[in-house]
Design a protein around this ligand. Sequence first.
Ligand SMILES: Cc1ncc(COP(=O)(O)O)c(C=O)c1O
Length: 205
Amino acid sequence: MNPELPEYYGRLCMSLDVNSMKPLDNLGHPVGVIKDAQALAAEAFGADHAFFMVNGTTSAVQTMIWTTCGRGEKIIMPRNVHRSAINALVVNGAIPVYVNPGRNARLGIPLGMGVADVQRAIAQHPDAKAVLVNNPTYYGVCSDLETIVSVAHAAGMKVLADEAHGTHFYFSDRLPVSGSRRWVFARDGAVRPLFVVGRCCRAGV
Ligand SMILES: Cc1ncc(COP(=O)(O)O)c(C=O)c1O
């Protein structure tokens, strides 16, 4: 071992680092403890499936987009979407249809997507594959998710929720509605990091 490593990370940290081995399972093809933990996470969030991710919420947002729209296909999203979503489109060539979220003049912050604006985007781009919603935005603003889901589903589109700041929503009726409530999403997708508001080490679902 490079002697600088224990010096840098500390001996305890290095003694906990182990090679990839069967009992630890494999994130790429989980068959043991990771599979069981994913099933528990799905149950906890009321989802059909949960997939643990590495590389931040970015990789989860991008996976969600790449599995929903391909090159040349459209996705409706707010103009204040996180850069991970925009980079996903740069990589795979899907086409954004931006909805202007408007701005709160007093606070000077961007808002969520209005239902009427989403409906207009859907009417103008009926071939879009999905609507992506920030739930909530970086500033904590939520769109009317339930109504957006119902209008998108009525148009045959999926709804993808970036819940980077909404991990905790599912666990209280006093918080805004979460994307993984079954009656909201059915079989679409939501991503949420467990480290931003979920207080775990660098991981997401
Ligand atoms: C709304 C939103 N989505 C996605 C991300 C990406 O998260 P990460 O930095 O964990 O990749 C962030 C990060 O700030 C975010 O605010």
